[in-house]
Ligand binder design. Structure first.
Ligand SMILES: [Fe+2]
Length: 263
């Protein structure tokens, strides 16, 4: 990333000439980076990121959550900017025909984020480096050398991806899967220790939420105190939701034993 950053230095330097006046009032959270936010919103439409779990509402929720959970105000500002940009690889993946995010060249992600960061607000050279690193690494595991902005973006994205509305949106995240496997509601006997790595249903895929709330055995657990509180609330809701499904199906004799084989 540093090499890419150096290669783009001619683009980055002009944006460092002005000092950006940031508001410190929470009332103005929704007005933070209006030009950057509008540029990203327009591109979500331009790249047809509408009927998807990674739509602009998801991006906006991560931006707002980053500000709420950040350990300090400055980190919140920078993490919010990174959050607005964090869907860049998803947009580029969509344009390429949903080939997988890992096939999207890093240089294209960097170029898109730099274009957004030049939409009107001003960031220092150091801030741009931090934002780019956070955007590029936010999907990965927790890093020993992760900075606070990366940590805030990772935690915010996981918190938003575990909110109750995602129970509906999850089918858009995984359109290749059935919503619920009627035989194996919450346990996959073929992969009992890591059910969501090779999920048999969307409901299985959501069990990654448990890792996000597990500080002892997971490299994907949220770490910031306010993120921990929100994550525990979300996981509690998921557990309640799953128990409700079991109860409902048990009432019609389809749980715990399902009477027929399924594909
Ligand atoms: Fe996200």
């Amino acid at each position: 990333m540093d090499l890419l950053f150096s290669a783009n230095a001619g683009i980055l330097w002009p944006v460092c000439r002005f000092s950006y006046e940031r508001s410190s009032t929470l009332e103005n959270v929704d007005k933070l980076y209006p030009k950057l936010t509008e540029a990203v919103r327009k591109d979500h439409i331009e790249f047809d990121m509408v009927a998807t779990g990674h739509d602009f509402d998801h991006t906006l929720q991560v931006k707002q959550t980053a500000r709420v959970i950040a350990p300090d105000e400055y980190t919140g500002w920078i993490a919010s900017a990174a959050a607005i940009c964090h869907n860049a690889d998803r947009l580029l993946e969509k344009r390429r025909g949903d080939v997988g995010r890992k096939k999207v060249p890093e240089c294209e992600v960097v170029a898109m984020v730099l274009r957004w960061l030049n939409a009107g607000e001003t960031f220092s050279e150091q801030e741009i480096v931090i934002i780019l690193r956070a955007v590029q690494k936010h999907s990965g595991p927790n890093l020993a050398d992760g900075d606070l902005v990366l940590m805030t973006l990772q935690d915010a994205d996981r918190v938003v991806c575990s909110m109750p509305d995602v129970i509906m949106c999850a089918t858009q995240f995984r359109p290749d899967l059935r919503a619920i496997h009627p035989k194996w509601l919450t346990c996959d006997p073929n992969n009992p220790t890591n059910p969501y790595r090779d999920p048999q249903s969307v409901l299985h895929s959501m069990e990654c939420w448990y890792d996000w709330a597990d500080p002892n055995n997971s490299k994907f657990c949220v770490r910031l105190p306010r993120a921990r509180v929100l994550m525990e609330e979300n996981v509690a809701f998921l557990r309640m939701y799953i128990e409700r499904i079991k109860t409902q199906r048990a009432k019609i004799d389809l749980y715990p034993d399902y009477p027929v084989e399924t594909a």
